[in-house]
Design a protein around this ligand. Structure first.
Ligand code: ATP
Ligand code: MG
Length: 555
């Protein structure tokens, strides 16, 4: 059941509508999402995916999925599969438009030759250090490379040799001939190709040279006929070089780069470099750990694609970066799960309760709505007997003034069952409560007293006779502070090492049949998702997606 996300207007849509009106690109529209397969996608990528694929859907075109695989040192085929899976799970479809920058290596190579022939590129021999020196700074102009005036023929010859693998790593680079005096450092004769002798996950040993991002990206956009190349703000300073390459290569299509604010969330980290560190140092259990903001982690946590899409739409597309409160993401999750999840009873921290005046061997059955607000979700049967489990938190020997739950002498409603009053407790030698004794009122069957005796509290319970033990993961933020690493400079200093608590909960027996990725509201506790990883039929593991309540309301 897909929820229709209401579209908010934004400056990118306005640009597109205007381009359509002016018949720019003959009215043609083409978008792309270009992930680098060097890690799993995160919620920030989800924003970019929703934007690109969302616009494509809106204007009835297909969005290209392009694996931006120009750096074999950091990339791996396993990431390609994960990326595809995540985008599909979000509900987007690239049809037959799956591309790889590595498919364009030959074309890009020919583009580079064209630039050399136009005297717009040259083979340079400066070392990395020398190049840095020559580059200048923000306040100081750069200096021309001594190789800048190398004859065209010579550059062509060496570049060809580079391609043939005749030169060692670092000996030569191919550089664009732009302007070493430009105030924009990206325009100071950027490198176009470097020699790397790493095997590529798709092209193997075929290429000893690899194109740089600033060259490969605009030209891949041009090859694919992208009309609106949407990227995050940090590429604003790269736009002049983007336009320069497109212009100098004289491509048929002229893509336009438009920048938007990247998504940043508090209490987490988003850069792939940092996420990778968390994974490689085993601080989390993998890229899909439910504490990570990766799409696959959020999915295991219990996020729905709809919640993520609504979030992406509601935060909108702006031109200035800002940090979004993670509570806003959680708000949209609660909204969605509230509609979709079955209400069930599970006791996270169980303590036994014995109803002394309830008949031995009697078992009652109550029929309970799966969701009182949505009768179409049906009902299920829950049993009741003399011995129950309740949550330790819901009991105090002596009630304090604002404690409305169970206490000795204090009557509460056991949800959908009876009014019950605690009478005594049994303790061990150290004074820990082992079990609670109580009495019930048979006149209150169904949890209602027909007269006017009211109770202040309602608690949940499970029948000890048929309750089942199930593993539950209680997650908390992975970081203790809003902006990890801000104080100490190292984000690892702010890890919350109590971000995962594993418990065994006493659950109502119906939960035995919970299916992979089925979502539940554990009444009074929170929303839980059946983990699909390592799922065993009849023995589901529940991940807490989000607690039930928050005072948070979106502004
Ligand atoms: P990171 O900086 O998090 O490691 P990246 O930008 O290197 O990510 P890419 O695979 O290059 O990752 O990103 C693919 C696309 O997703 C790019 O167009 C990029 O602009 C966009 N993107 C990446 N991070 C975010 C974000 N936090 N918010 C919005 N869009 C993002
Ligand atoms: Mg990137």
């Amino acid at each position: 059941m897909a929820t229709k996300v209401k579209k908010k207007s934004n400056f990118i849509r306005a640009i597109i509508l205007n381009d359509i009106k002016n018949n720019k690109n003959n009215g043609r529209l083409q978008f792309r999402f270009p992930p680098e397969p060097n890690g799993f996608l995160h919620i920030g990528h989800a924003k970019a995916i929703c934007l690109n694929f969302g616009l494509a859907e809106e204007f009835s075109v297909t969005c290209n999925l392009r694996m931006d695989d120009t750096n074999p040192v950091k990339e791996d085929a396993k990431y390609i599969n994960a990326i595809k899976e995540d985008i599909k799970w979000l509900g987007f479809n690239w049809g037959d438009k799956l591309f790889y920058t590595s498919n364009y290596f030959q074309t890009l190579y020919e583009f580079a030759i064209k630039l050399i022939k136009k005297d717009k590129a040259f083979v340079c021999e400066l070392t990395a250090n020398e190049m840095r020196e020559y580059r200048g700074t923000l306040t100081e102009k750069g200096k021309n490379s001594p190789y800048r005036n190398r004859p065209i023929e010579e550059s062509l010859k060496i570049f060809q040799e580079m391609r043939e693998g005749k030169h060692e790593v670092g000996k030569y680079t191919l550089r664009a001939k732009v302007d070493m005096a430009s105030s924009n450092l990206n325009m100071r004769d950027p490198i176009i190709y470097r020699i790397t002798n790493t095997k590529h996950h798709r092209t193997g040993d075929e290429w000893p040279i690899y194109p740089m991002y600033d060259f490969a990206h605009p030209l891949s956009d041009a090859i694919e006929g992208i009309t609106h190349s949407l990227c995050t703000l940090e590429f604003q300073d790269h736009r002049p070089i983007y336009d320069w390459f497109v212009k100098e290569v004289e491509t048929e299509y002229i893509p336009r780069q438009i920048e938007f604010a990247r998504l940043d969330l508090n209490y987490t980290v988003m850069s792939k470099r940092k996420l990778k560190q968390l994974v490689e140092q085993n601080i989390v259990e993998g890229w899909d750990d439910p504490r990570l903001p990766t799409i696959s982690g959020l999915r295991r946590r219990g996020y729905t694609a709809e919640a993520i899409k609504t979030f992406a739409e509601m935060i909108g597309v702006a031109k200035n970066n800002s940090t979004v409160d993670i509570a806003l993401l959680e708000y949209f999750l609660r909204e969605d799960l509230n509609k979709k999840s079955k209400r069930v009873m599970a006791v996270i921290d169980p303590i036994k309760l014995i109803i002394d005046n309830y008949p031995e061997n009697k078992i009652e059955e109550f029929e309970i709505d799966n969701n009182p607000e949505d009768k179409s979700m049906g009902t299920r049967k829950v049993t009741f007997s003399k011995e129950l489990y309740i949550d330790r938190e819901d009991f105090k020997e002596e009630a304090t003034k604002d404690f409305y739950r169970l206490a000795i002498g204090q009557e509460v409603r056991f949800m959908k069952a009876y009014y019950i009053t605690a009478t005594s407790v049994k303790k061990d030698d150290e004074g820990n409560i082992l079990e609670i004794h109580a009495n019930y009122d048979p006149e209150t069957r169904g949890g209602w007293f027909k007269g006017i005796r009211k109770v202040k509290g309602t608690i949940h319970w499970v029948n000890a006779l048929d309750a089942i033990d199930l593993e539950v993961n209680l997650y908390d933020n992975l970081f203790n502070v809003e902006n990890p690493g801000k104080e100490t400079g190292d984000f690892l200093d702010d890890i919350n090492y109590n971000s995962l608590t594993k418990v065994v909960a006493k659950c109502e027996s119906s939960l035995k049949n919970a299916k992979k990725e089925e979502k539940f509201q554990f009444l009074r506790v929170g929303y839980f998702n059946v983990d699909h990883k390592d799922f065993i039929e009849g023995n589901p593991v529940f991940n807490r997606a989000v607690s039930l309540k928050s005072s948070y309301r979106p502004k």
